[in-house]
Design a protein around this ligand. Structure first.
Ligand code: FPP
Length: 224
C-alpha cells in the first residue's frame, strides 16, 4: 500500500454548481467552503500530513470584481471565525503564492500563519494568488541572484513549497482535465485523479474512494 503524505486539490466547479442550484456563482463558492472544511477533517482522519488547496490562481484576477471581492471576503470571514478552531486541532496554515491582497487580508493571513506555525497534525497550504510559472521564474531569479548552482535541490529551496514534500496525489474536481498552472514542477511524479463531481458536491466518500484507489497503484518512479 502506498504511503500518502501530501494531497493537492484543484477545487473546480464552484461557479457551475452555484449557477445550477442557486443561480449565482458566488453561492457556489460559499458552498465550496463547506467542502473545504469536510475535506480538512477527512484528511486528518486519514493521517495525511499535508493538504494543498488551490483557492485563487494568478489567472483568477481576470474574473469580475464582484466575484473576486466575494472570494476574499469569504476567506477573511473564514480566518476570523475558524483560525482558533484550526489552531486547537493542531493544524498549521501556510500560504503559497504572493500575498498582495488588502491590508486587512494580508494581516489576517500573516497572523494565521504565525499563530499556527508550530502545529504538527496537518499542514494546510492555501494556494492564493499562486501560479506555477511565476513561482518558477521568481525562484530562478533568486537562485541566480545568490549565485547558486542550478540543480533540483537548490531550486526546491527557492520555491514557495520549500520544505513541503511533493504531492503524492493530485485531485481535480469539476470534470475538467487540465492542470491550470498548479504545482507544475512539484507534480512530476504525482498520481493524478480527475473527478467528475463539482467541488461543492464532492464529499468524504468520494475522497476516500480516490485515496483507496491511490493506495493500490504501483508507483515505480521510473523504476520497474
Ligand atoms: C474554482 O471553481 C474555484 C475557485 C477559483 C475558488 C476556490 C474557492 C473555494 C473552494 C472557497 C473558498 C475557499 C477558501 C479557503 C476561503 P470555479 O469558480 O472556476 O468553477 P467553474 O469552473 O464552475 O466556474
Amino acid at each position: 500500500m502506498n504511503p500518502l503524505n501530501h494531497v493537492a486539490i484543484i477545487m473546480d466547479g464552484n461557479g457551475r454548481w452555484g449557477i445550477k442550484y442557486k443561480n449565482s456563482r458566488n453561492s457556489g463558492h460559499k458552498e465550496g467552503l463547506k467542502t473545504v472544511e469536510k475535506i480538512i477533517k477527512e484528511t486528518i482522519k486519514n493521517e495525511i500530513k499535508y493538504l494543498t488547496l488551490y483557492a485563487f490562481s494568478t489567472e483568477n484576477w481576470k474574473r469580475p470584481k464582484n466575484e473576486i471581492n466575494y472570494l476574499f471576503k469569504l476567506l477573511e470571514n473564514f480566518l476570523i471565525n475558524k483560525i482558533d478552531d484550526l489552531h486547537k486541532q493542531n493544524i498549521r496554515l501556510k500560504v503559497i503564492g504572493f500575498k498582495n491582497f488588502s491590508k486587512k487580508l494580508n494581516n489576517l493571513l500573516k497572523y494565521s500563519e504565525k499563530k499556527t506555525f508550530h502545529n504538527k497534525k496537518l499542514q494546510v497550504n492555501l494556494a492564493l494568488n499562486y501560479g506555477s510559472k511565476s513561482e518558477l521564474i521568481h525562484a530562478f531569479k533568486n537562485l541566480f541572484k545568490n549565485k547558486k548552482t542550478l540543480n533540483e535541490k537548490n531550486l526546491n529551496k527557492y520555491l514557495q513549497t520549500k520544505n513541503i514534500p511533493d504531492p503524492d496525489l493530485l485531485i481535480r474536481t469539476g470534470d475538467t482535465k487540465r492542470l491550470s498552472n498548479f504545482l507544475l514542477w512539484q507534480i512530476a511524479y504525482t498520481e493524478i485523479f480527475f473527478e467528475k463531481k463539482l467541488w461543492p458536491s464532492f464529499n468524504e466518500n468520494d475522497y476516500n474512494k480516490i485515496i483507496k484507489k491511490f493506495r493500490q497503484i504501483k508507483r515505480n518512479f521510473g523504476n520497474i
